[in-house]
Every structure is written in structure tokens, then in C-alpha cells.
Design a protein around this ligand. Sequence first.
Ligand SMILES: [Zn+2]
Length: 595
Amino acid sequence: MRLEMPVAPDRESLDTIEGALETMLARLKEILEASALTQETLIEITAIYNNVAYIFLYLEANDEYVGYDRLLPWRDAFHADDQLDDLVIERLTRLRCADPEAEESRLSYLNELRDKRAARERGDTGELDRLLAAAKDVLAETRREHNTLLVRLGVDAGGSPQAAFYRLLATTPRAGTRTKLARAWTARRDDRRDTLIGLIDGMVTLRRDRARAAGHRSVLAQTLTKSQVDEAEVDRFLAGFLRAAAAGHTELEDEVASVLGVPDDPFLHFGHYLRTITDEQPMPRFSLDAAMSYAFTVAEAVFGLTVRRVDTGSPHVLGVEVYRDGEEVGRVNFDLWDMDRKTVEANHTRGLRNRTDFSDFVQHPVAFVSCRFRRQHDAANLITFQNLHSLFHEFGHALNHLLIRKRISNRSGLEYLPLERLENFSMWYEKWVYHPEAADHLGLTGDERAGLDVAQRVKALEFRRTAVDRAVSALLDFELHRRGRGGMTDVFDDLDQRYGIGRHCALGDFPAYFTWPMYVAQPGANFSYAWGAADSCQRFAPFRALSLADIRRDTGLRELFSPCFDFNAAGSRPDSAAVFAFYEPIGRATCVAPA
Ligand SMILES: [Zn+2]
């Protein structure tokens, strides 16, 4: 659940990104306009698309905070330009690579583009976009209805009605009133549930037709060509994850019911429960500087990376260069977003673009991390625990991007990692906010340490509360795209029969997710979030037991990360139990001492 106020940051930081996109597009065209491709320029093109993919993944993860609409034409410039695709197909057709991996990559890239062209020629490109836009319109209507309800209740929705409503519920003292409010809220959502599901089902049907036309057994089978796991493995993993999530769900419901004394649907009262158990304790804020330096210390201790500040030419972007053994491995730009600053006119600092040396983007990948903070009177920048968690998660993505061993893989065209592994490393990095040494590295004193404990527990409880939701959304997505017929309602009913999910969640909780960019981009593969959660908890376990000093001495630990950096390194199916073993004890400490 996203609970923070969505405040639009000023957009100056986007200019750095726009400059990067502009330079990369120019270089791509320059390469393609030369008469023939070479193995080296193919690798360069792959590196460019890796960077573009990373940038849009980053922007989508932050779309609540930054209106990046103005950058969307750039995505089209790379991914939806028929003439560009035709030119790449023509150049790839004439190329032969001496290196067998590069040759396989060439063929797989070529197939991808030919599939895309065939879909275009069948004329089925616009329909999916139309359905998606219609689904988003339905959600916008619901949001307006929710806003109207909030206004009637005298609540200022700010930017996110959902977050405002959650706060309202948490601060409403009477259980009966909370129940009534929650029902009114859900009724407005469910008014349009079936219309929304109809549109999502329409998208699924279109994808099924296309997957068959491209020679795949199912949409899922087509998506999994970019992965190293098979359907049966994912199915087993998700079943285990769901069972554990459901058991934890029931347990947590009982805890909430006993603390608040509410008989019905305890999770309607979850926000209030969190307030109840944490009320007496101060919620900590952390120094942004200390948080960044802790993130860099982890990179140094685990991977031997050193980080040096560099001038970016903008006060809103903090740049660092990352080195290993004296060699530069890449650069990370931290976009500094002061959440209290009023949105200013987009300030297009054109000068930044010219500073972007293209060679940076090929020899040295560039990554972006958003830092959302509030500036205090004493000019210190402070962040919440959620911000700290996001900062570590995003820095994990950034380092993952920098540490990819080969910019070209022989398995899957432009993908640099199997898609089930895309979240493994970032989720592993975020776990450092739970490490026993975190408080020391964040420079916390007595009360602040107790505050950190509380914040960790709240986050762990939030995870436990939402685990069923994660499992069911992944299973719905997986099953819908595995099957050749049937819609979301059928799949939900089947899952209910098989696992009894109706006891824990409702069909109406899920359709909105299917309009999110990741669901649209990789249909069937939403399981990668649950997969990443399990993998990261398992991978973090040995690090949690060691001090950073011990870790620094044991450079062999780095070997554990091959599957995170190398497409072709063998991965393994994570144990779903690892997630629950990680979060349950952290959440429990609060529950045994209710206020
Ligand atoms: Zn992520």
C-alpha cells in the first residue's frame, strides 16, 4: 500500500533524464545510418536499449511523484517508431556476428522485431491501447466518486483519495463508523467493477490472439521466453506463497481483532490498529545524508565499490561515480525532491544536455535514484522510514544496472536479466534497513533507535497484511495469461475453490492493478515481485547474521550474486517460506505488547 502524499516535485531533475534519452536516440540513429552494423555496434545498441528500459522502469516506479508524461514521447521514439524498427530489421538481417552469444542475441532481437512488425501488419496495435485507456477512464471516474465522498466527509483528499481515506479510517475512533465508511468506499469502487473487468478481459483476449498468431501456446508462454523458469515451477512457488500468506493473514486478523475488540472484518481497522500499537512512540525521521552514506557503505563492504561525488551542474541532482579497483563502473544520479517545496514551473535547463557525453552511457551505465525528503529549518534533509526503504530499493536497482556483467545476452534479445530476477537485487538491498547495524550507520541515538524498531515493525506488519493481495494478484495474472479462455471472474472463482481466497480478499480488489505498466508490459509475470521478495529474504539471511566488518573481509560472499548480474548464470527457485520467516518476527514484537 502506498501511503505517502503524492506531491509533485519540481521537474528539473527530469531534464537530466531527458538529456540522456535525447543523446542516446541521436547515437542510435547515427549507428543505424552508417551503412552496416558490426558486432560492436550491435552491443552498443543493446546497451542503449538497456538504459532506456532502466530509465522507464525508474520513472514508472515514481509515477506517483513525478509527472513524466512529457518523457513518454521518448519511449515511443525508441519503441514505437515503425521506420526505425524496419531499419533495424534491415541492418540486423545483413549482419553476422563472430561471437556465438552475440549471434544468438542478434537472431533473438530480429525475431522480436519481426513479431512486432507482423502484429502491426495485422493491424492489432491500436486496440489494446484503446482498451487500456478506457479502463483508466473507469478508474478515474471511481477516483472522482471517492473524492466526492471525501469532500462530503469534510476531508481534503490532497492528491490521493486512497491515502486520504486510509488516514481517515486510521484516525476514526469508533469501530462502527470505520466499518460504515469502509463499506461506502468499497461500494463506490465496486459500482464499476464489472465494467473494468470487461475491459481487462478484452485486453487478455487480444493478447491471446496475438500470442497464438506469433506461434506461442499462450500469452504466458510468450512472456516466459524472457525468463529462465517454467510454468510448473512458478505455479508451485505461488501456491506455497499463497498458503503461507493466507495462514499469516488469519493470524494477523486474530491479533487485530483481539487488540481492538472488533468482531467483523478486522482488516477494515488495520490503520487504526497500527495507530493503537504505535501511538506512544515517536516515528523517527532519518538524515538523508546518513542514509546515503549507509547505502554507500553497504556497496563498499559487500562489493568493494567506492563512490565519489561529482558535479552535475544542478542543485537538484546529486551525482556519484562508482568505482571498483580503480575502474569506473558507472554513475548514479540522485534526484533530490524536496516534498515541502511548492511545485515550480518546469525549469528546462537545456545546458545540462550538452554535458552528457554519450560515451558515458555505453562504457559506463548511468542510473537514477529518487530521494524524497523534507528540509528542516536547520537545513538538514530528513526522510521517513518509507523513504529510506525506497532509497535503498532504488539504489539496489541502480547498482544492479551498473553491475550487469554483459550488456548483451544470448538468451533473449534486449533483456539483460530473466524477468523473474528483475526485483531480486533491489529487494535484497532494501533489507539493509532491517540490518542490526542500521541504527549505528544511520547515527541514531536512544529514542531514535526505539523509533526505528517501531518503523520496522509497522513495515513488516504492512507486508504481512498485503501478502495475500500480492499472491492473489500474481496468481490471477499468471492464470489469466496461461489459459486460452475465460476471464478474471472465472479465474478468481477457480482460485477460490482451490485455495479459499474469498475468505481473505474480494474480486474487486484486483482489476485496477491490471492497468499498471508492469502488468501491461509483461502479462503473466507479476509473480516476479513475490519471487523477488522470497529470493531477497533468503539471500539476505547470511548478511543479517554478519557485521559489515566481517562482510568486508569475506570477498567470497560476492559470488552469491552471479544470478543477479548475469543472465546466463543459473538461478534457483526461492523458498516462499523465507519471506514469512523474515517479516513475521519483526512484526510480532509489537503485537505482544498492545497499547
Ligand atoms: Zn523495484
